[in-house]
Design a protein around this ligand. Structure first.
Ligand code: FAD
Length: 327
């Protein structure tokens, strides 16, 4: 028996939220008195495998192959199944990234196992794994227990703190041969278009500054002000769907029910009314600050701090002040 965590790689390095899952995996494995196994798949796996050992895995399984250079469900599902078998894993966790959710669901289904997708908490109660899911736009938390011997969960990024990496690690790192060839993989990657040139990923960001239709008077300047505040705070830029639909900013920035779900420490919403579909994506943020010129905007009922004012004046003032204080 073991608890296995998939450490996803993107462009050759580990996706940061996977370390949060591994950190919590360590606590769960200790509570379940079972070894913690990390799985790393990719064309290169060495550096991430070494890091997984430092973040607390007892064993690291690697599958290293050019066939795994980029995520493809068929290949990664085959690799995960092999690792589950090798480690006799009964609890399997992934970060709830797009790929993590898909892989977790697909393999859980293939193995007829229980699945708790997109959980915000995982703990052990009376020797049993209990997962908490946030449903109905973050308004209800529901506890999930499993009736199947094998249990899968994908964990929403930023649900658990980043663990400390140990200086030295003694984990066993073991390479598994991938029993699959290219002919068995129906997905072919013809071209990869790079869109995120160096930007901080929204789902991993600890600070997000988002803009909404409130920038309409001058959208280009409005989002420039949003981006400047995000930059000085070391955060990412988000947006409401109204801003995306109006063409002010690309869809990849959209936060909400049909955009990304985020959980930063600080979420600053500028010129966003606070529709339920927007709240669905950011309602779990630790601190919400709203900037809106309408004192009755619904966002103020969810915000911890509210600034009633024109974003074109408030954003530059905040940026200037943070610049002074943060150097
Ligand atoms: P508005 O509601 O128009 O609000 C603009 C706000 O800006 C107002 O409160 C106004 O007072 C304020 N404002 C105006 N000028 C200024 C200024 N100069 N300074 C300060 N404040 C100012 N929405 C999402 O965001 N994400 C989703 O994923 C999403 N998914 C959806 C899915 C479905 C099925 C549906 C039906 C809707 C979805 N929506 C989503 C849309 C959602 O219902 C709202 O229409 C949208 O969130 C509104 O965006 P907004 O707050 O930017 O615009």
């Amino acid at each position: 028996m073991s608890l296995l965590v998939w450490i996803e790689q993107a462009q050759g390095s580990a996706v940061p939220s996977c370390w949060e899952v591994l950190g919590q995996g360590r606590k769960l494995a200790d509570a379940l008195k079972t070894p913690l196994v990390a799985l790393v798949m990719g064309e290169e796996t060495e550096a991430t495998a070494a890091a997984a050992a430092q973040y607390g895995a007892d064993t690291v399984l690697t599958l290293t192959s050019p066939l795994l250079a980029r995520y493809r469900l068929t290949a990664y599902a085959a690799g995960l199944r092999q690792a589950i078998q090798e480690a006799d894993a009964t609890v399997i966790l992934t970060s709830a990234t797009q790929n993590g959710r898909e892989l977790c669901a697909a393999v859980a289904c293939e193995l007829d196992a229980g699945l708790a997708p997109d959980v915000v908490d995982l703990r052990v109660e009376e020797g049993q794994l209990v997962a908490t899911r946030s449903i109905y736009s973050n308004n209800i938390l529901v506890d999930v227990t499993f009736t199947t011997p094998r249990q899968f969960a994908s964990v929403r990024p930023r649900s658990f703190p980043m663990p400390e990496a140990a200086d030295a690690a003694s984990a066993e790192i073991r390479e598994l041969p991938l029993s699959l060839d290219e002919e068995q993989i129906p997905e072919k990657i013809l071209e990869v278009a790079q869109t995120d040139g160096g930007e901080i990923s929204l789902t991993d960001a600890r600070i997000i500054v988002s803009g909404g239709r409130g920038v309409a008077a001058d959208p280009a300047r409005g989002f420039q002000l949003v981006a400047e505040l995000a930059q000085v705070l070391g955060g990412a830029v988000g947006a409401s769907r109204a801003a995306v639909d109006a063409g002010y900013i690309p869809y990849k920035h959209q936060v909400g029910q049909t955009g990304k779900t985020v959980r930063p420490d600080l979420y600053i919403a500028a010129g966003i009314s606070g529709a339920i579909q927007h709240l669905a994506g950011m309602g779990g943020s630790k601190i919400i600050v709203a900037i809106n010129k309408d004192p009755d905007a619904p966002i103020f009922s969810r915000a911890h701090y509210g600034i009633v004012g024109d974003l074109f004046e408030v954003l530059p003032a905040l940026t200037a002040e943070f610049k002074k204080r943060l150097g």
